[in-house]
Design a protein around this ligand. Structure first.
Ligand code: BJ8
Length: 423
């Protein structure tokens, strides 16, 4: 609509490039999502959200800004939404799952950088991300070397980059660092919003984020059923949208879908036949519109029953204890909750191996597909111990390394079909 166009102009987007992006996104959504059979009716909400992902949702954010709220963008699940909400700010995820302005990007980053990082820079250089352009603060974090160094290049292109340091070891010192970095972040957010975080506001924020996580946990549990009541693609989409959407509305919409899925399970109704091979995906996060691998898996005779990923269970696994009676106690609880995230940047990271095995059992997966983005050292390196650990438990696994391009789609399909046939 005209209103949207003037909004995008106002944000400084490159309208031609942005149109091209929306076209690609829309086409991919039609081909991959709308082509699915027996989708839950409730997914209509997500279809709408996706059709308005650069439209109505951006308008809402700009309206919030007009009323004095601040928008904070993040690239990692280590940035606590609880702290942002408590200071009257809205957190949005900025990771993107499509190549853009690659020629420009390669003037800043070496070619052998993972697609997720390149894409983050490409969306800035190509001026196509209204979330990034709406943000009053962008948070980077010292996680993998690629991101850590890329923020040095991204920083000068923005005027509002805040970098959070993160530990790499799950030691007492590591926890102390995380706690102090969350304190420093809290102060920075308060400075940005001119709102002082109180015990009451922080507790309420914790409850809002916990409710969102509980709805996602509920969705995850329902996928244990056979036949599975929802496709992996649709469940992934719910997880992806959780990074953009208004948290309370998201929670309500997802709970409605879960009600519907419960009815499906009671009626023995699924999106794929009973005893269809069940796959657990593990590895790098999949940001919108990175749907390539799940799409190939689910059009090759299998169904995905879980994601061991930051856009999935690794990102939402634990709740934050809201019983602390002071701001400091709640900040401790937030630190404890996030310190359990088993990202591959940690060493050693044996929790992750245990979680993958546990998930494979819990979701009755017949096999695990490990998804590593090409040039992502933390995850592609961990893929090998993951495979070995699964081997000793007799759980079949397949290691995939890929990027955002479609050049390898045929070859991937051949390998994945062979894997599924063997299950
Ligand atoms: S907590 S997984 S969201 S850092 S794919 S950019 S690791 S080279 S994304 Fe992540 Fe936070 Fe960890 Fe989760 Fe680097 Fe690998 Fe690229 Fe990655």
């Amino acid at each position: 609509s005209e209103e949207h166009v003037s909004m995008w102009k106002h944000l400084g987007l490159n309208l031609t490039a942005h149109d091209a992006l929306l076209k690609v996104l829309g086409d991919a959504y039609t081909d991959i999502y709308l082509a699915q059979k027996q989708r839950p009716d409730g997914m209509a909400y997500f279809d709408f959200v996706m059709s308005e992902v650069h439209g109505l949702r951006i308008k809402e954010l700009l309206d919030e800004k007009e009323q004095g709220r601040k928008i904070i963008g993040s690239y990692c699940v280590f940035v606590p939404e609880e702290i942002t909400l408590a200071a009257n700010a809205t957190l949005v995820g900025l990771c993107s799952g499509a190549d853009f302005a690659m020629e420009e990007v390669e003037k800043y980053l070496p070619r052998n950088t993972c697609a997720l990082i390149k894409s983050a820079l490409g969306f800035k250089l190509g001026k196509v991300c209204p979330y990034l352009e709406s943000a009053d603060m962008v948070v980077g974090e010292n996680t993998c070397d690629g991101k850590k160094k890329a923020y040095e290049s991204l920083g000068p292109l923005l005027d509002n980059l805040y970098v959070m340091d993160l530990p790499q070891v799950k030691s007492d010192q590591g926890r102390t660092l995380l706690r102090s970095e969350y304190e420093r972040f809290k102060v920075a957010v308060q400075d940005l919003t001119s709102v002082t975080i109180t015990h009451e506001s922080l507790k309420k924020a914790i409850q809002t984020v916990n409710a969102k996580r509980m709805a996602l946990h509920r969705l995850a549990r329902l996928r244990k059923a056979d036949p599975v009541p929802i496709s992996g693609l649709d469940a992934l989409l719910a997880n992806q949208v959780s990074f953009y959407d208004n948290p309370a509305r998201f929670t309500e919409s997802l709970n409605k879908i879960c009600d519907e899925l419960e009815k499906r399970i009671a009626a023995n109704q699924g999106v794929s036949p009973k005893k269809n091979p069940r796959i657990l995906m593990a590895g790098c996060p999949m940001a919108v519109p990175n749907w390539k691998l799940p799409w190939i898996v689910e059009t090759s005779g299998a169904v995905i029953v879980g994601e061991e990923s930051c856009v999935g269970e690794r990102g939402i696994r634990n709740l934050t204890d809201d019983t602390g009676t002071t701001v400091d106690e709640l900040m401790d609880a937030i630190t404890d909750r996030y310190f359990k995230v088993d990202c591959a940047i940690f060493t050693p990271n044996s929790d992750r191996l245990n979680h993958i095995e546990e998930m494979a059992k819990d979701y009755q997966a017949d096999g695990v597909i490990h998804y590593g983005l090409q040039f992502c050292q933390p995850y592609t390196m961990e893929a090998i111990p993951v495979e070995n650990a699964l081997d000793t438990k007799g759980i079949p696994s397949l290691r995939i390394e890929t990027d955002y391009g479609m050049e390898d789609a045929g070859q991937l399909k051949t390998r994945i079909e062979a894997f599924i046939e063997m299950l």
